[in-house]
Ligand binder design. Structure first.
Ligand SMILES: Cc1ncc(COP(=O)(O)O)c(C=O)c1O
Length: 359
């Protein structure tokens, strides 16, 4: 019950264990096309978006949005925790100006602060995190996007911990870019950075760009267009096995149905949260901001290191807390990907037994 890579699914793992195939082979091209279509489906991207699958991870997908920045651009970062802060750490490496609004642990940046900020300034780009994995907070991104839309040319949503386990709808939300990674709620092995990008952004080629070479999405766009047209394309060698695994994960997601999949995640989350509160522990995320995929739990004085070690001895691995404001006071439960009711029951049992041992 970790943050990801989430526990694998046999069919997904086996799909990635075939012989290597060439990236120009018909087998690989058709797997890429199926994955690109599946990614667009999971993120609610319509024909106005181009899906991307690039080698790397969530952070690679995050950094690739610098494709659309120019020297001196002003960027607004809305941060609810460690992964929101990662945006400013990325942008600090580029000659751009960053304004940042930060929420307390367990909260999401207040809408009135966002509105004030965008009424005073215009931004080239605004970035936000759908599910903040350091706390389990799910931000109201649809409202946040409407608040910033008029004064921000480009709006980016980090859906690394949400796509596949939460409702995500790039077109309905009017987001320009939604990004994610293969290893969390999609339930495939790590290795793929995933994005859907509004096509009109790609059309505006920019000679004053500040991005690097490998993560310049313009280099990758022609590959993705070629794969979508079943013609193929090359910029850099893709991780073929990870793509075959992801195709299987997306097939399973389609078999399950997207709304049933979101419902399964929501049911796991609410059973876990209820059990946690029944044990006298406290959920980090404020009521109304709790995600389907991650739960942070305050341990009320129990030592998190000892708690996690004992839980592992009792059969279930959880993740350590990483938010500096809550250092030494909490741990995190990942309930995403292929999580089922047996996993939930085992997790609750391990936590209860451990709390009993430590009190
Ligand atoms: C919300 C969020 N964004 C970005 C990342 C970074 O992704 P990766 O570790 O795949 O680079 C993570 C990883 O946990 C995350 O949870």
């Amino acid at each position: 019950m970790h943050m990801g890579p989430s526990v694998g699914n046999y069919r997904v793992l086996v799909a990635g264990s075939e012989e290597n195939v060439g990236f120009a082979s018909p087998e690989f091209i058709s797997a890429m096309k199926e994955c690109l279509d599946g990614l667009a489906e999971l993120t609610g991207a319509d024909g106005g978006y181009l899906p991307f699958i690039i080698p790397g991870s969530g952070t690679a997908a995050m950094e690739s949005v610098t494709t659309f920045l120019r020297e001196g651009d002003r960027i607004l970062v809305l941060s609810n925790g460690v992964f929101g802060d990662r945006w400013s750490q990325i942008f600090e490496r580029f000659p751009v100006q960053v304004d940042k609004l930060t929420a307390r642990a367990g909260e999401s940046v207040a809408m009135n602060r966002i509105s004030e900020m965008v009424s005073a300034n215009s931004y080239r780009m605004t970035v936000m995190t759908h599910v903040e994995t350091s706390t389990g907070v799910r931000a109201p991104v649809r409202e946040m996007i409407s608040a910033v839309r008029k004064n921000s040319d480009i709006v980016v949503v980090d859906g690394v911990a949400s796509v596949g386990g939460e409702e995500v709808n790039a077109a309905l939300w009017n987001a320009d870019i939604v990004l994610t990674a293969s290893q969390k709620a999609i339930g495939a092995p790590p290795g793929l950075g995933l994005l859907v990008v509004r096509k009109s952004l790609l059309a505006s080629a920019d000679k004053d760009r500040v991005c690097g070479y490998f993560l310049d999405l313009r280099n990758w766009a022609q590959v993705m267009e070629g794969m979508m047209a079943l013609k193929g394309g090359y910029f850099s060698t893709p991780p073929v096995s990870a793509v075959f695994s992801m195709r299987e994960a997306l097939r399973l997601a389609r078999e399950e149905g997207l709304s049933s999949r979101v419902e399964r995640h929501a049911a796991a989350a609410s059973a876990i949260r209820k059990a946690v509160e029944d044990m006298g522990l406290q959920v980090v995320a404020r009521e109304g901001l709790r995600s389907n995929t991650v739960t942070g739990v305050l341990l009320g004085g129990l030592d998190p290191g000892e708690f996690l070690k004992r839980c592992a001895d009792n059969g279930v691995e959880f993740a350590a807390g990483v938010h500096p404001e809550l250092k030494g006071r909490y741990f995190r439960i990942g309930h995403m990907g292929w999580v089922n009711s047996n996993d939930v029951a085992a997790a609750i049992h391990a936590m209860k037994k451990t709390v009993g041992e430590m009190t």
